[in-house]
Each structure stands twice: as structure tokens, then as C-alpha cells.
Design a protein around this ligand. Structure first.
Ligand code: HGY
Ligand code: MN
Ligand code: MN
Length: 419
């Protein structure tokens, strides 16, 4: 078959999305597969079984990253590959498309190439990377950042969740502490298909996003230490109320983002009070603030203002304060030629397309400094994500997967011509 006429099998892809979504299914149609939990393991096992059914050469590395490589026309699997993929771990209130779509569309592309007996000039591969979400172990994009050499493997393995359990222990427990080095599969190029997770494509009635880059991200954890006391008998002037401090900082973060305007965003996603009792002044408050901006200088400004505000609140309330960075990534641009290729593939398919930034972090940003990298977005209904109501129309899924297919094939041709 003429490669340009290749199309993915829509129903097979939709069926796999539905089947994977059964693993860790929660009320409302969403999923909870926190990194390295039994649900993550079960999801991994299912996707690995599909990789093996397709005859892919499956490698599991020391960070639990899993990549299935389809041999090229010469039967080679160990030369640099055109790589796609994403993640199958989710946040606790996740949707069925965040991450899974990128992995399963990549798998569908391998199946489609097999069905048509297509011989590619270099290996094609699909992977899923450990702990993209960063909810249980921080930072996020951990597995892909280690795979691409931006984070140390030992730092990832020694990270601990809130219960003190180490990443390494959990990776061993679920049987995904692989034996190959984390940089074993080299990418000639990397392209990821992902739901937009925001409102832009839907609002503008556009079917495809050609992603130009990912905005900068900073997760900061502030721990206020005060004094537990009786909520009724302690005069206001004698309180050292850590719970109050966390609240003040959350309000400051919102005001800071509104005052800065532009692309600045901020939210307090977690607040943990101790002893967390209705009639006890909290002696400890741990609050995390997620701030992002497309401009790194402005993001640094936001971080500095947050820290200064936290110190001022602690001083005023007679608290001690510790500040910790949980994750920090600079804004990451994608390769303009890959972005152009996504645009032209979308146009070839008669899809409306626009160039845009990504508000969310993605595994692709780990690859961008090392090889030609890009992303394909499809619309999120209502702009909803990290929420069980996350939804993307079947037609958009099919279009996104076909555009990913032809972007990857285009990159394969190009990368071999340039050799
Ligand atoms: O937080 C993020 O942007 C990604 O979902 N890990
Ligand atoms: Mn994601
Ligand atoms: Mn996510």
C-alpha cells in the first residue's frame, strides 16, 4: 500500500483506550493509576502484552521506562528510532486520555504498519515513561527526564512518597526495575500525541494543535511550623497558627497570578494540616504551590515573590518556615521543523490546525533538548483534565492518531535522508 494512504484502525484504538481505562477505573468514568501502584502495574502489564503481540522488541530500563521497538526494513531494532509515546500513570482523579492516548495511539501506529507490511528506513518505537504525573513522587516527568539524562537515576530511585516509601522499593515490588540502562533506546526524533487539557482548541473550533513548546513549571512546598493550642481558649494575640499561614499564602498566590497577568498561573494544590482537627490550632501546615509561565524570567519573579510572601507571613505569625522545590522546568521550545510537519500533515488531512503552547508538562519536553521533538494536541471537551470528566471526541482521536502516524513517517524519511 502507498504509505500516504495509510490510516489507523479507529475502532481498535478506541477499544484499547476503553480497555486500559478499566484498570484503576473510578466513579464518573475516570481513572486512578498513581505511579508504581498495583493499578499502574496492571496497566503496564496490559500495554506490554499488546507490545509483545505486535512483535515489538520490548525493553524495560532501570527507571521502569518501557519502550517497544518495531524493527526497520533491515530487521534492526538497536539503531536510533523514531519514537512516540507518553505515560500511563495518572493523577488520583484522572481522565482516560491523559497520557494513555499518546501511548495507545503509538501502539496503534505500530499495528497499522504491521497490517500494511510497511518497511521503515529506521526502527519505529512507542514507549511509556515512569511517573509523568509526579503526584506520588516528585518531580513530574521523572522517567523521561532520567531517560534523556536531565535527572539522575539514583535521585529518582531514592525519592520517597508521603508515606516514606521509596520509588526503588515500589519499582521492584511491581516488577518493573528493568535491567537495561535508561538511555538504551536512542530517539532520532520524538513526537507525542496528547489531549490539550485546556479550552483553546474547543473554543476556536480547531481540530489539531501543533504544539510549539511547553511553559515553565515550578512546584514549591512551604512548611509552616507553629504551636498547637486550644481553638477556643487561646487569645488571638497568642496564636502561632500554621493553618492561617497556609491560607494566606494560597490567597497570595492567586493574587500574584492575577496581578502579573499574561501567561502567569498559580494554584495551591495540596494543604496538609497537623493535627487537622476542628478545635485545634494547627501546629504544622504543608502547602504546595504550582506556578507556571511561558517566560522564565517572569516565573523566577513569581517564585521569588512567593518565597518573600511566605517569609513575611511566617514572621508576622511567629512561625518557622522551610521551603523546598519539588519540581522546576524551564520553558521548553519544540523543533520548528517538527511543528511545521505537524501543521502540514494536519492540512493534508483537511484538519483545522493552530500553533500553540502547552500549559501542561509532558514527556516530550525531556526529549526536546536532545532530538527533533514536537507534539500533536487534540481538543479536550470543556477544556477539562485531571478530572474524571475529561473527554475527547472519537473523531478527534482518529484525526490526531493519523496525523501522528504521518508525522512520524515523515520524520523517518527525513532523518534517513539526512544521514
Ligand atoms: O503537571 C503537569 O503539567 C503534568 O500533568 N505532569
Ligand atoms: Mn499527560
Ligand atoms: Mn497529567
Amino acid at each position: 500500500m502507498e504509505v500516504s494512504n495509510l490510516r489507523i484502525n479507529r475502532q481498535r484504538l478506541l477499544d484499547r483506550i476503553a480497555e486500559l481505562a478499566q484498570i484503576g477505573a473510578i466513579d464518573g468514568g475516570g481513572v486512578c493509576r498513581l505511579a508504581l501502584t498495583d493499578e499502574d502495574k496492571a496497566g503496564r502489564d496490559l500495554v506490554v502484552s499488546w507490545m509483545r503481540e505486535l512483535g515489538l522488541h520490548v525493553s524495560i530500563d532501570q527507571g521502569g521506562n518501557v519502550i517497544g521497538v518495531r524493527p526497520d526494513g533491515e530487521g534492526r531494532v538497536d539503531t536510533p528510532a523514531i519514537l512516540t509515546g507518553s505515560h500511563i500513570d495518572t493523577v488520583g482523579t484522572g481522565g482516560r486520555y491523559d497520557g494513555a492516548l499518546g501511548v495507545l495511539a503509538g501502539l496503534e501506529i505500530m499495528a497499522c504498519l504491521n497490517d500494511a507490511d510497511v518497511e521503515t528506513p529506521c526502527p519505529m518505537a512507542v514507549g511509556f515513561f515512569t511517573n509523568e504525573e509526579g503526584v506520588r513522587f516528585q518531580p513530574d516527568m521523572m522517567g523521561s527526564m532520567v531517560h534523556q539524562g536531565h535527572l539522575p537515576l539514583d535521585g529518582m530511585l531514592s525519592s520517597r512518597d508521603r508515606d516514606g516509601v521509596t520509588f526503588h522499593a515500589e519499582l521492584n515490588r511491581i516488577g518493573y526495575a528493568g535491567d537495561v540502562a535508561t538511555n538504551s533506546v536512542h530517539a532520532r526524533a520524538f513526537v507525542e500525541l496528547h489531549v490539550e487539557q485546556g479550552p483553546i482548541l474547543e473554543q476556536e473550533e480547531i481540530g489539531i494543535g501543533a504544539v510549539e513548546g511547553v511553559q515553565g513549571l515550578s512546584w514549591r512546598e512551604y512548611t509552616f511550623h507553629g504551636v498547637s493550642n486550644h481553638a477556643g481558649t487561646t487569645p488571638m494575640s497568642l496564636r502561632n497558627d500554621a493553618g492561617y499561614a497556609a491560607g494566606e499564602l494560597a490567597v497570595f498566590a492567586r493574587k500574584l497570578a492575577l496581578d502579573m497577568g499574561g501567561d502567569q498561573v498559580a494554584t495551591a494544590g495540596t494543604v496538609i494540616l497537623t493535627p487537622n482537627l476542628v478545635n485545634v490550632i494547627a501546629k504544622e501546615a504543608i502547602i504546595t504551590i504550582d506556578v507556571r509561565n511561558t517566560d522564565n524570567d517572569l516565573l523566577i519573579q513569581a517564585e521569588n515573590q512567593l518565597d518573600a510572601a511566605a517569609r513575611g507571613i511566617a514572621d508576622q505569625e511567629g512561625l518557622t518556615l522551610t521551603i523546598k522545590s519539588l519540581a522546576r522546568y524551564d520553558p521548553t521550545p519544540f523543533d520548528p521543523e517538527v511543528v511545521d510537519l505537524v501543521v502540514s500533515c494536519a492540512e493534508t488531512f483537511g484538519q483545522s490546525v493552530r500553533r500553540m503552547p502547552s500549559g501542561a508538562g509532558h514527556d516530550a519536553q525531556a526529549f526536546a533538548p536532545n532530538c527533533p521533538t514536537g507534539m500533536v494536541f487534540v481538543p479536550s471537551v470543556g477544556g477539562i483534565s485531571h478530572n474524571v470528566q475529561e473527554f475527547t471526541e472519537d473523531a478527534h482521536i482518529e484525526a490526531g492518531a493519523n496525523i501522528l502516524l504521518h508525522t512520524l513517517l515523515g520524520l523517518a524519511e527525513k532523518s534517513v535522508e539526512q544521514q
